[in-house]
Design a binder for this molecule. Structure first.
Ligand SMILES: [Zn+2]
Length: 100
């Protein structure tokens, strides 16, 4: 899976997402994460309190175009669920889990 494909998949997932606050994650991947999740696509969500959380979904690197097409609605749902969990956490807890 090339970088171009990954960007394309990210955009297709974003098009299906309900939470408009979810953005592609473009920063540096925190140490260790990249290795443990080679197929991960990373997104982020920022709360109004300023804390950003990273969201991720796994796309198998050997998945073909058809398979990816099938997976996209499920990946979007998974991200929406992660966003929902993040929004349910009160802001005083957000500030304690800040990634800076
Ligand atoms: Zn917050």
């Amino acid at each position: 899976m090339s970088e171009m494909d990954r960007k394309d998949i990210s955009e297709r997932i974003l098009a299906e997402i309900q939470h408009e606050e979810i953005q592609p994650f473009k920063g540096r991947i925190p140490p260790g994460l990249g290795r443990s999740m080679p197929g991960a696509l990373l997104f982020k969500i920022t709360c109004h309190c300023g804390v950003t959380a990273m969201l991720s979904v796994d796309v198998p690197s050997d998945a073909g175009e058809d398979k990816i097409g099938e997976m996209i609605p499920h990946l979007a749902e998974a991200l929406d669920r992660q966003a929902e969990q993040f929004r349910r956490i009160p802001c005083d807890a957000h500030s304690r889990m800040s990634m800076g």
